[in-house]
Design a binder for this molecule. Structure first.
Ligand SMILES: NC(=O)c1ccc[n+]([C@@H]2O[C@H](COP(=O)([O-])OP(=O)(O)OC[C@H]3O[C@@H](n4cnc5c(N)ncnc54)[C@H](OP(=O)(O)O)[C@@H]3O)[C@@H](O)[C@H]2O)c1
Length: 277
């Protein structure tokens, strides 16, 4: 079976080329939020390496400048601006700047999230809930709402939301304490399921990627703690923490033509944690 598949690929180079061109994103414009570090930056790199013009942003100008310089040094077409996704004016500025400088929008990767609280969920306050839901959930929807009319003008679009495998799988007791954050990620799964059939009419796909523990600043309290990592590894088939690039590539796949029949779904990328939807 495998031998015949290789024989097919050897004797049909055109079909290989066709597959490659389907994953190519040349001519596409991609907004990635919170993209000056970690998973967002890796997603911008993955999209950019496939030919998309990427629009990177985060709250701090210095971080934007650094990310733009890095991506340019990798020959990626990039535009950068500050955008705190929790701020309506910033979201509008991000979209308008993209339209002015890139002429349209094809892809939105909604990656920004905050977690200002760690502890028993019964100890979380209204302020914590307001902040988490505003940034992680409401901003993701409102940004989608802003970009959809422009995707409709292009006749096609793809959006990916970064959620978390932590909400799908009950992680080890030592990392319980992420209650409100996990609820916000669960809400994004619901939002994805609600948006997918509605936006399919406009040829816009809506999906999620759910990372396990990935080596970024955001999760450093987990992967820098040897005890937590040891417990996690017991649940993993691939016995290591993931790298941001291992999420970026999956995001680029979901945005590409290779994923043209996938919508309303979540791909978990956890090193085989065994998470089930
Ligand atoms: N790392 C993991 O293990 C893991 C696991 C599951 C899910 N996730 C999810 O992955 C996403 C990215 O996390 P990460 O681990 O890549 O984090 P990270 O490496 O710490 O990067 C966070 C990025 O977000 C920006 N940012 C923070 N708040 C923002 C806001 N309100 N508006 C716009 N940008 C903002 C930061 O730049 P500024 O400081 O300049 O704003 C930075 O570029 C989050 O949705 C997180 O929930 C991560």
């Amino acid at each position: 079976m495998i031998r015949s598949a290789f024989r097919f690929l050897r004797t049909n180079p055109l079909s290989v080329q066709q597959r490659m061109s389907q994953s190519c994103l040349a001519g596409k414009v991609a907004i990635v939020t919170a993209s000056t570090d970690g998973i967002g930056l890796a997603a911008a790199q993955a999209l950019g390496k496939r030919g998309a013009h990427v629009v990177v942003s985060s709250r701090r100008q210095a971080n934007v400048d650094k990310a733009v310089a890095l991506l340019r040094s990798q020959s990626i077409q990039v535009t950068g601006t500050t955008c705190n996704v929790g701020n309506a004016e910033d979201r509008e500025k991000l979209v308008q700047m993209t339209l002015d400088q890139c002429g349209g929008i094809d892809i939105l990767v909604s990656n920004a999230a905050v977690n200002p609280f760690f502890g028993n969920i019964m100890d979380s306050t209204e302020d914590v809930w307001d902040k988490i839901l505003a940034v992680n959930v409401k901003a993701s929807f409102l940004l989608t709402k802003l970009v959809v009319p422009h995707m409709e003008k292009r006749g096609v679009g793809a959006t990916v939301k970064v959620v978390s495998a932590g909400r799908i799988q009950t992680w080890t007791p030592s990392v319980q304490g992420l209650g409100p954050y996990s609820v916000s990620k669960t809400a994004l799964l619901g939002l994805t399921r609600a948006l997918a059939p509605e936006l399919a009419h406009s040829n816009i796909r809506v999906n999620c990627v759910a990372p396990g523990i990935i080596k970024t600043r955001f999760s450093s309290a987990l992967w820098e703690n040897e005890g937590i990592v040891k417990q996690f590894k017991k649940q993993l088939s691939i016995k290591r923490v993931g790298e941001p690039e291992e999420i970026g590539g999956v995001i680029a796949f979901l945005c590409s033509q290779d994923a043209s029949y996938i919508t309303g779904e979540t791909i978990t990328v956890t090193g085989g944690m065994g998470s089930r939807l």
